[in-house]
Design a protein around this ligand. Structure first.
Ligand SMILES: [Zn+2]
Length: 263
């Protein structure tokens, strides 16, 4: 079932990666696109619990270190940790990920919906944490359309990056919590954005996206997000990759409240 998606992505992946300087492949290292495929495969295995957490952790670390080294071999992506810190504080770096909405759409008061403690990306049985911000829209009849415009709500990439994995096959009844999601790797920050519960995904694995570019449309996909008690929202998570290649959730609230917005 996933074959068609991958084949499509294969065709587009090589062409679409705008920063072609990244993929000068004069070594035996896997290409950027190969790392994306590995990421997609691994994340699916984690979700299906067909890989043990320790093995998943090792594979993940290898993929992230590989991606980092591929990008760092390109001049424009050589960012040290000092530059990274200043980028994160640059006002114009991030776009608010929900078109037509801004700070007031973030769940909870002052972003209190974020609970990073106890999160383990590699163990799907661990629950209770919510290392993310939920961003809500006005959709009282839960038809995935903005009640104010009767249009779908665009999900925008918060920063420029590489689409490392997508899911488009979620169906009601599936117990996958993320529904149809997009993972974007930002090589400047060396971190991953995760956009979940989309109704439609508008990018493919291996594609380069610009900050503020539409990547999906908001939806209600995902085991809990589909339920009537859940208001329509985007689940936004950011994982900072550590020197050991492993992810650490980071609260994106400060980025969101200073992000550029679009109508
Ligand atoms: Zn959430």
């Amino acid at each position: 079932m996933r074959i068609a998606g991958i084949a499509g992505a294969l065709l587009m992946g090589g062409l679409n990666i705008a920063s072609s300087q990244v993929i000068t492949s004069n070594s035996d290292e896997p290409t950027v696109y190969a790392y994306c495929q590995q990421f997609q495969r691994l994340y699916t295995q984690i979700r299906e619990q067909t890989v043990v957490p320790d093995s998943a952790r090792m594979q993940f670390s290898t993929i992230m270190k590989g991606l980092q080294s591929r990008f760092q071999s390109a001049e424009s992506f050589r960012v040290d940790s000092l530059q990274r810190d200043s980028l994160r504080q640059t006002k114009d770096y991030f776009w608010f990920p929900v078109r037509g909405y801004s700070t007031s759409a973030i769940g909870g008061t002052h972003g209190e919906g974020y609970r990073g403690k106890g999160f383990d990306l590699f163990d799907y049985t661990v629950r209770g944490s919510h290392p993310a911000q939920d961003i809500f829209v006005v959709d009282r009849n839960q038809n995935n359309l903005d009640d104010r415009t009767s249009q779908p709500v665009d999900i925008l990439s918060m920063s420029s990056g590489l689409v490392v994995s997508i899911e488009t096959g979620w169906k009601p009844g599936s117990d996958y919590r993320g529904g149809n999601w997009v993972w974007v790797y930002d090589p400047n920050l060396h971190g991953l954005f995760y956009y979940a519960h989309n109704s439609a995904v508008h990018v493919v694995t291996g594609q380069w996206v610009q900050a503020g570019q539409k990547i999906a449309e908001m939806g209600r996909t995902g085991f809990n997000a589909y339920k009537t008690r859940s208001p329509t929202h985007l689940h936004l998570m950011y994982l900072q990759i550590q020197p050991d290649g492993l992810p650490q959730p980071l609260n994106s609230y400060q980025w969101l409240i200073t992000a550029r917005t679009s109508n």
